[in-house]
Design a protein around this ligand. Structure first.
Ligand SMILES: [Zn+2]
Length: 173
């Protein structure tokens, strides 16, 4: 394998070969992902397997994983969370090709027939990030959160956060 493998690949040729490509990407190579991470250190490991989703519809099964350095929205400390994604993507030249994409595949328009492997890997990692980053259960942060919830006797309803509670009283007088 060459020292710097090509990023743009011909999906048709790879599907015809049934090729499998393995790639490692330093996370700081992904600008959109780096934007949402505390630090973009470490690397993503990706495997691309090319096949045909249907006749004349080249496709790729992608598996990508990394460890993301996220900021917990409860305690604001950074923590590391493994993220992983699997996707099955079928490549079409334009929207009219989408009708030929079988179920179980996501259609992606690729007018040039050439795919940027790193962009696809980055897209999938972005999709696999948690919507809200929080320390996992079993960590001191999560235990404190659970305890606070228990004390309030139900779902999050902090007594300390009722800006108008006192106002009513004031208006009475
Ligand atoms: Zn936390």
């Amino acid at each position: 394998m060459p020292a710097t493998p090509a990023d743009k690949v011909d999906v048709e040729a790879l599907a015809a070969e049934g090729a499998t490509l393995d790639r490692h990407y330093p996370l700081d190579r992904f600008p959109r992902l780096a934007d949402v991470l505390v630090t973009a250190d470490g690397e993503a490991v990706a495997r691309f397997h090319f096949l045909y989703a249907a006749e004349d519809v080249p496709a790729c099964e992608l598996m990508v994983e990394a460890v993301a350095n996220l900021r917990c929205e409860r305690c604001l400390e950074s923590f590391r969370q493994p993220i992983a994604s699997q996707a099955r993507i079928a490549f079409v030249a334009d929207e009219s090709g989408e009708s030929r994409v079988p179920e179980g595949f996501e259609a992606v328009t690729l007018d040039s027939g050439r795919l940027s492997l790193s962009e696809l890997a980055e897209d999938e990692l972005l999709l696999s990030l948690p919507v809200v980053a929080l320390h996992e259960q079993g960590t001191p942060c999560a235990d404190r959160g659970a305890q606070a919830k228990g004390d309030a006797g139900g779902p999050e309803k902090p007594e300390t956060h009722r800006p108008f509670a006192g106002l009513k009283e004031l208006l009475k007088h």
